[in-house]
Ligand binder design. Structure first.
Ligand SMILES: [Zn+2]
Length: 233
């Protein structure tokens, strides 16, 4: 701490959601500070990033959630504001283990809700190619979602185990997730699971069994998706 005397002390100052708690040392001539985020997470940030407004949150804040009739509002954090995303309350369990962000898609105006593992919320609920009837890409209530036309998806790719859930071999099915694996060109169903993560694990087990050392496994360990989920093997 002795060296902080010659430096501008940021202790006690607030930058966005971050409150500077203490000096964290100097790395490559950059002063670093221990900060606590409004969400409770702790993080270390360079002074220049704090003062230049580059870093305003821990970057891992859980989404703020609000009930809204029979829907749930999931607030998506953006640089200067939060934007609301709507989902049926009944679907909330399907999305609660992901951390959602607002993203722009190429050539499209509105924002979409995308997980930190690059899964779109509407695709997780309705499958690849789903879109929004009223054009509001943050209204992910079932009544506003529709599956794509056959022609749109019919690009002759053969049977492809889609990856809309972020897990290989896992597809959304009604309010659950189905796992399947292809062995020698034949699809084997592995069951239906409550969460994409469980289905991903089932896929891994089967992949190890059938594909051995060549198995491409899902990342089901220390994953963003399991932020709020206890891992008990
Ligand atoms: Zn935070």
């Amino acid at each position: 701490m002795a060296k902080t005397g010659r430096r501008l002390s940021l202790i006690g100052q607030k930058f966005g959601k971050l409150l500077v708690e203490s000096f964290a040392g100097v790395v490559k001539q950059r002063t670093r500070w221990n900060c606590i985020c409004e969400c409770g997470n702790r993080t270390v940030v360079c002074g220049c990033d704090l003062m230049g407004d580059h870093t305003k949150t821990c970057g891992r804040c859980p989404n703020r959630i609000e009930p809204f009739g029979d829907a749930v509002v999931i607030w998506l954090e953006m640089k200067d504001r939060d934007v609301p995303c709507f989902i049926d309350a009944a679907d909330y369990p399907l999305v609660k283990d992901y951390r959602w962000c607002a993203v722009k898609r190429k050539n499209e105006r509105g924002f979409y809700a995308q997980s930190s593992t690059k899964v779109y919320m509407h695709a997780l609920l309705m499958g690849k190619g789903a879109d929004h009837k009223d054009g509001d890409s943050l209204n992910n209530r079932r009544q506003n979602l529709r599956t794509s036309s056959v022609s749109e998806n019919n690009r002759n790719r053969g049977i492809q185990i889609s990856n809309t859930t972020g897990f290989k071999g896992v597809l959304p099915h009604r309010n659950k997730f189905r796992a399947a694996i292809k062995v020698d060109g034949k699809k084997h169903h592995l069951g239906t699971f409550n969460t994409a993560l469980e289905a991903g694990r089932a896929y891994n087990e089967a992949a190890k069994k059938y594909h051995g050392e060549f198995a491409a496994l899902n990342d089901v360990g220390d994953h963003d998706l399991v932020l709020n989920q206890k891992q008990e093997a």
